[in-house]
Design a binder for this molecule. Structure first.
Ligand code: SAH
Length: 397
């Protein structure tokens, strides 16, 4: 092994895996691992190709299909120092690109060169999520917490645990909870709109921070009677009620607890919004059949395509929603239509909207073709970091 490879254990990968890295991606799948002898789960490793050529330093998972997540194409001698620097860099990046909010994503995993770590800020609270064996290891986890604590001085840091991810990574079960401080609830403000945040027990809240810039954009064009479909805790609806000229705003979601928080958020902002608990597909069908009309409709469903095999079904679901919404919009109306499935490409989603418009004989003009907020950066060589589509279209005839 080359001398640059330091003292880390080595993982050897196939030619296909090496090609992927040379093309700039940062993942190597398990099927491309040739040998990982004696490598402990979650360790930092050197990566080499079949012939032993050094390709860089990575974090290794013994369980995930993504076996290797690259840290650098060089040797890394001081991992803690590198992690600290990268957290600092992630914070500085937000200082450059984040405006008008005290809630944003501080660290976005691969896109901040910290694979397996997500950190969100809600005013004075931080919430972190750990997604891999390597980030879960006690020394690294402690280092992350202490760095975030000293750099951002939050009132508290909590950890949000996704039990499914821990299972996939073969990590011992762990409960969500506070890791620093005592405070679990706060109020954050984005674009001048206020929201309740509760980190833990009871009615847990949190926002879709990736939509933050789209909320403000939607409010620029929204008018008249507005319907926010899949409204969750009211992200779009509250922005429309507060920042646009809408005469009436209605939010629809199937989750009663989400609507309860939405209503508290409306009160917090002194706004009147109508909340309807319903299955969005049923409600849109009934309303469209009944000839209801709106001037603004927002569609922001959950990810229908969780993997490639569910793509066709997902596309049908997206089409049905868009068809019904387009039918109900008055001429001059605005449709804000979003898709957060990575497996549906921007071109595919545009096509769903185009075909829906053709089927209902409406003319569409693209007012804005948008994506995720800038605190969810897209790493140019990692397509998986680009997932959110948000089209704002003007509907006529
Ligand atoms: N627009 C929201 C985020 C939506 S997340 C925001 O900006 O904050 C997706 C939401 O869809 C969740 O709140 C979930 O409860 C809701 N949902 C999922 N399936 C649904 C269905 N069939 N009908 C109505 N709501 C649904």
């Amino acid at each position: 092994m080359p001398s640059t490879a330091s003292s880390l254990p080595f993982v050897k990968i196939s030619r296909r895996g090496a090609k992927r890295l040379q093309d700039g991606h940062v993942w190597v799948y398990r099927s491309d691992i040739i040998s990982a002898d004696g490598v402990a789960p979650g360790s930092a490793v050197g990566v080499a190709d079949e012939r032993g050529k050094f390709l860089g330093t990575a974090l290794y998972s013994s369980a995930s299909q993504i076996a290797i997540r690259m840290l650098s194409d060089r040797a890394v001698s001081d991992l803690p120092a590198m992690v600290r620097e990268r957290i600092q860099a992630a914070i500085r990046y937000r200082e450059q690109v984040v405006r008008d909010t005290d809630a944003y994503r501080v660290v976005f995993s691969e896109a901040d060169f910290l694979p397996g770590l997500i950190v969100d800020r809600y005013h004075d609270l931080l919430s972190m999520q750990i997604l891999t064996q390597a980030m879960d290891a006690e020394p690294l986890r402690n280092l992350v917490v202490s760095e975030l604590n000293s750099a951002l001085k939050p009132a508290a840091i909590s950890e949000r645990v996704d039990p499914r991810i821990r299972e996939l990574e073969q990590l011992p079960a762990r409960a969500s909870g506070l890791v620093v401080g005592e405070k679990t609830g706060t109020i954050f403000t984005m674009n001048g709109v206020r929201f309740h945040y509760e980190a833990l027990e009871g009615q847990k809240t949190g926002a879709f921070l990736d939509q933050r810039e789209n909320y403000a954009a939607a409010a620029r064009y929204a008018h008249g009677e507005a319907l926010d479909v899949f409204c969750y805790q009211g992200g779009f609806a509250l922005h429309l009620a507060q920042l646009s000229s809408c005469s009436k705003v209605t939010g629809v979601d199937s989750s009663r607890p989400a609507l309860e928080v939405a209503d508290r958020n409306a009160t917090l902002n002194g706004r009147e919004i109508e909340w309807i608990e319903a299955n969005a597909f049923d409600l849109l069908r009934d309303y469209a059949d009944a000839g209801r009309r709106y001037d603004t409709i927002v569609l922001d469903p959950p990810a229908f395509a969780k993997n490639k095999s569910s793509l066709e079904t997902a596309l049908r679901g997206y089409k049905e929603l868009n068809l019904r919404a387009l039918k109900m919009l008055r001429s001059g109306g605005i449709l804000v239509t979003c898709c957060c499935s990575y497996h549906v490409s921007p071109a595919q989603y545009l096509d769903v909207v185009r075909v829906s418009a053709r089927d209902v004989h409406r003319n569409l003009r693209i007012v804005e073709n948008r994506g995720q907020a800038k605190d969810h950066p897209i790493l140019i060589n990692v397509p998986e970091t680009e997932y959110l589509k948000c089209l704002i279209v003007n509907v006529s005839n």
